[in-house]
Each structure stands twice: as C-alpha cells, then as structure tokens.
Design a protein. Structure first.
Length: 132
C-alpha cells in the first residue's frame, strides 16, 4: 500500500481515534507520527502493532533506553530511515547522549561487518557456543 494515505485525527474513525489517543497518552505527545497515521488505513493492523509495540517496549528486564538502542541498531541494519529517526529521537528522550549514539553506530557497523564475514566464510559454530 502506498504511504500517500495518512489518516489525520480529525478524519479517524472512533476505533482509530482510540488507538491514537492511547499512543498520545502513552508516549506523552500531542500528536501521533506518520507511521501510525499510515497504519490507520487498516485499523486491525494499527491496533495489533500498537498493542505489541507497547508491550515489548514497556520497562522490563531491559530498561527503556536499552530497548530503544536495540531498536535503533536493528533499524540501521535494516536500512529503515523512518525507524532510525523515530527511535533515535525516542532514545535521546530516554537519555541517549551523542557519545552513546556514536558508540552504538560503531558496534552496529562492526557487527554487520563481522556477520557478513562469518556468513561468507561459512564459519562452523564452536562447540562452546551451541545451545543445549
């Protein structure tokens, strides 16, 4: 589906408005971003993705900043400019510094390089690394 369709709050159906309201309340923002507006074209998907994201990104064994840093790393690896921007902003809001961002990018770059080398060489898994 094209991203040309963005559902604005004023045009949203009651179920979509309910999700938008929850997003704004949970994230403490005054409006939802374009990702959610785009997903609103299919309300069941909007609801499912929001509920899953809210559950996964809630504080748990990993703190919110760590979760956002992981999200940025995966977004960089998947080459998603929208997610990089969105989750970098969220990570900054959660306390990420410029030094942390630089170090994160260095780790992401190194992991991608060594992953490609290990895959290219088809390095056999060490016995000590195998899950039981």
């Amino acid at each position: 589906m094209s991203s040309n369709h963005l559902t604005e709050y004023c045009d949203a159906s009651p179920p979509v408005r309910a999700v938008f309201d929850d997003i704004m309340r949970t994230r403490q923002v005054e409006q939802v971003n374009n990702f959610w507006k785009c997903l609103a074209a299919h309300p069941p998907t909007l609801q499912r993705i929001w509920e899953s994201l809210k559950e996964i990104m809630a504080p748990g064994a990993l703190d919110p900043l760590t979760k956002e840093l992981i999200y940025v790393a995966v977004s960089v690896t998947n080459n998603c400019p929208y997610c990089i921007a969105s989750h970098t902003a969220a990570a900054r809001k959660a306390g990420m510094t410029d030094a942390m961002f630089g170090e994160l990018q260095a780790v992401v770059g190194m992991a991608n390089e060594t992953n490609r080398l290990a895959n290219g060489y088809r390095v056999p898994l060490d016995d000590g690394f195998k899950l039981e």
